[in-house]
Design a protein around this ligand. Structure first.
Ligand SMILES: Cc1cc2nc3c(=O)[nH]c(=O)nc-3n(C[C@H](O)[C@H](O)[C@H](O)COP(=O)(O)OP(=O)(O)OC[C@H]3O[C@@H](n4cnc5c(N)ncnc54)[C@H](O)[C@@H]3O)c2cc1C
Ligand code: SF4
Length: 329
């Protein structure tokens, strides 16, 4: 059952920030994750501050340098269908189209997608695990077939749930943040918190801080971008293994490669080992073979998720074979 709460819908950003100074005030965007978190008592909130009245936070526009500025309140459906997004960053349109179901994409927002809570079954269930302030991660030695193979440090093995965050990291995007103290800009790569830094935090946002816009720099010349997601079910489901690619191409040579994995780690996981093999190389069969192996060389699977290592390796090989071939292997 949902706890009792009050609801405000300010039409000025400054009013929203002021409301968020109240103890137990929480940001409400589309509410698709928030309401579940309140119902499951994994978040505490008795004042919902809706961003729905802040018209300036919705919509997609081109920036002066040819990049895009996407309001945090823009729905996931809009991101997946927008002509500018599809033309400039097909990988982001693909990532957004992979989120949940049509109903959730119509209601859920890009800002909320970046800030959602993880989906570990212990965390969402009645287990007082480390991330909830308890003393133990139940997944490390328990049921961990859907959990992380990188970056868990045997502390917390959630996989970051967002399908848009890995693409935004690969595209070097940043978020504009408005808050009670200062307004700031944060690279999406620095937005999420690894368990070794703070196992209870998902993002670096401080109390009362609101993401207002997501800015993506102008696409590099001949940018190739894509997002691939493998899931257990064909209907809505989170990534078992996924990859966002953003490559600056020079003919058939990759001049710069950004590779970010989903379903892999507690944060969108940058595969620097794979990027190093690819950057400056032509995508020959040998390079593809080496790059996919490099990506999984540092994996630290748990007892139940060793299958993910081969799954990532095979998927990455497939994705690399598509580059420059119009998306078809
Ligand atoms: C059944 C189901 C399946 C799903 N499957 C997927 C999936 O496959 N892939 C995927 O990526 N996601 C998936 N999701 C998550 C879904 O995409 C998110 O629930 C949605 O994007 C959150 O957007 P929202 O606007 O509803 O956020 P809300 O629920 O309103 O908020 C989510 C969190 O973000 C905070 N927040 C919201 N907006 C801001 C902002 N502008 N600034 C700061 N904090 C903010 C809120 O306080 C809250 O903590 C699924 C969700 C459900 C319920
Ligand atoms: S993986 Fe993280 S969220 Fe899941 S039980 Fe362990 S500490 Fe809790």
């Amino acid at each position: 059952m949902l706890p009792k709460f009050s609801y405000v819908r300010p039409d000025k950003l400054a009013q929203a920030v002021k409301h968020l100074e109240t103890d137990k005030a929480v940001i409400h965007a589309g509410g698709t994750d928030l309401l579940g978190c309140l119902r499951e008592r994994i978040m505490d909130g008795d004042l919902l501050v809706s961003l729905g009245g802040l018209k300036g936070l919705a919509g997609i526009k081109e920036t002066a340098d040819g990049g895009l500025s996407i309001g945090a309140l823009t729905t996931i459906t809009e991101v997946s269908e927008n002509r500018l997004v599809r033309d400039k960053y097909p990988g982001l349109a693909q990532g957004a189209a992979e989120v949940a179901s049509p109903q959730l994409r119509n209601q859920g927002t890009l800002g909320g997608n970046l800030c959602q809570k993880p989906r570990c079954w212990y965390f969402r269930g009645e287990f007082h695990c480390l991330r909830k302030g308890g003393g133990l991660c139940f997944a490390i030695k328990g049921e961990n077939q859907f959990h992380a193979i990188f970056g868990h440090d045997k502390i917390c093995a959630i996989t970051h749930p967002s399908d848009t965050a890995p693409v935004l990291v690969a595209l070097n995007a940043s978020v504009d943040v408005v808050g009670p103290a200062v307004n700031r800009s944060i690279a999406v790569e620095d937005l999420h918190v690894p368990p070794a830094e703070d196992v209870r935090a998902e993002t670096v946002l401080k109390r009362g801080e609101i993401i207002t816009r997501i800015t993506i720099p102008a696409p590099a010349p001949n940018l190739y971008s894509s997002y691939r997601k493998i899931r257990a079910r064909r209907s809505w489901d989170f990534a078992l293994a996924g990859a966002a690619l953003a490559f600056a191409m020079d003919g058939d040579r990759v001049s710069r490669a950004n590779v970010v994995l989903s379903g892999a780690a507690p944060v969108p996981w940058r595969s620097t080992a794979m990027e190093e093999v690819l950057s400056g190389s032509t995508l020959t069969a040998e390079t593809i073979f080496r790059a996919a192996r490099a990506a999984v060389a540092e994996a630290r699977p748990l007892a139940g998720n060793q299958y993910k290592v081969e799954m990532f390796r095979g998927m990455l090989e497939e994705e690399l074979r598509k580059v420059g071939k119009g998306g078809e292997v």
